[in-house]
Design a protein around this ligand. Structure first.
Ligand SMILES: [Zn+2]
Length: 334
């Protein structure tokens, strides 16, 4: 690691040691909620609510989010980014990153390196490690040429051609392909331009096949189905709706709930939680299937996420899935 990078790691590590001292240094008013510090955003100007910013004290220690203007996107979601944002606000111009680093070293109690620092550097590297990168398999326009879009299977289930085309969902008739005899829901990266995998639903005549098949190498625990379509609305509304299945996602989008994403199952992993944090959401709606497994999953997800977001579980009646609900039922629940 070069000297500059080492300085960055040391400063970040020292800031993480005591997030409160950072806020105290800038004489900011905040409330300690146990697992996080809550305050008015010290980065953007103008009217703001008193709990616009959260600085985490456990889990992703030192990560901060500005829920009203997403200031963390511009400066970086760690404490060094927060300092950068505060200095920018106070000086009315954006200092260079190196100046921010020097400011921290000289002003926020960060002295010479000591032997004990290596552990903190390691901790810091772990915290900063990016969520699993997805391997790009090809371009969207290439994949869609291989499918019969809109999928006859999903059309028969009552989905419109428009929504199936929007999600590029089509049946695969090519015996050379792993998704042969399946209705394929491609999984795209966050830009929507590149394919990172596929989820294929067996079609009715082939009921000896496993119901859903995921393409090899797709990291379902580090992503959400439909994120490329949902991201914009999630950022606009600070709300995400999580559902279990691909069809649930498409059905909710069909009905205007574009902030819906799918878990590829009934589990919310640490990486998926990290993704939600990165999106800066405030409200999380949990809409699992109406069965025993769905109810248990809802409770698990609520326990895991309630320290980070306002979390609401919607319970469906026994045997009911989100894609069974008609528009009126959806409206009254959501
Ligand atoms: Zn802000």
């Amino acid at each position: 690691m070069d000297d500059f990078r080492l300085r960055v790691e040391r400063v970040k590590t020292k800031l993480i040691e005591n997030p409160e001292s950072v806020l105290n240094h800038f004489k900011l008013d905040y409330v300690n909620k146990g697992n996080r510090l809550v305050l008015r955003c010290p980065v953007h100007s103008g009217a703001d609510n008193e709990s616009a910013v959260s600085v985490m004290l456990d889990g992703y220690v030192g990560c901060w989010s500005c829920f009203t203007r997403f200031c963390n996107d511009e400066f970086g979601g760690d404490l060094l980014g927060l300092v950068w944002g505060i200095l920018t606000n106070r000086q009315n111009k954006k200092p260079l990153f190196g100046e921010v680093l020097t400011y921290c070293e000289e002003n926020i109690g960060i002295g010479e390196a000591t032997a004990g620092d290596t552990d903190f550097v390691r901790l810091c590297n772990t915290l900063n490690k990016e969520i699993d990168e997805h391997k790009i398999l090809g371009k969207r326009e290439q994949l869609i040429k291989t499918l019969q879009i809109p999928s006859p299977y999903f059309l028969a289930k009552g989905f419109t051609p428009e929504i199936l085309t929007k999600f590029s969902i089509g049946d695969c008739h090519n015996p050379q392909k792993p998704m042969h005899n399946r209705a394929v829901c491609p999984v795209f990266d966050e830009t929507g331009q590149f394919v990172i995998g596929c989820a294929g639903r067996r079609i009715p005549e082939k009921d000896y096949l496993k119901k859903w098949k995921f393409s090899y190498g797709l990291k379902v625990g580090s992503y959400f189905y439909g994120l490329w379509e949902a991201k914009q609305r999630i950022l606009e509304t600070s709300r995400a709706i999580v559902v279990e299945g691909q069809a649930d996602v498409v059905w909710l989008h069909e009905n205007g709930y574009n902030e819906t994403v799918g878990l590829f199952g009934a589990n919310l992993t640490d990486n998926q939680l990290k993704l939600l944090n990165k999106l800066g959401i405030m409200n999380l709606v949990i809409l699992m299937d109406g069965d025993e497994a769905g109810r248990e999953a809802s409770d698990r997800i609520k326990t895991k996420t309630q320290d980070y977001f306002n979390t609401r579980i919607i319970h469906l009646s026994e045997g009911q899935d989100p894609d069974d609900l008609d528009p009126q039922e959806l409206n009254s629940l959501l």
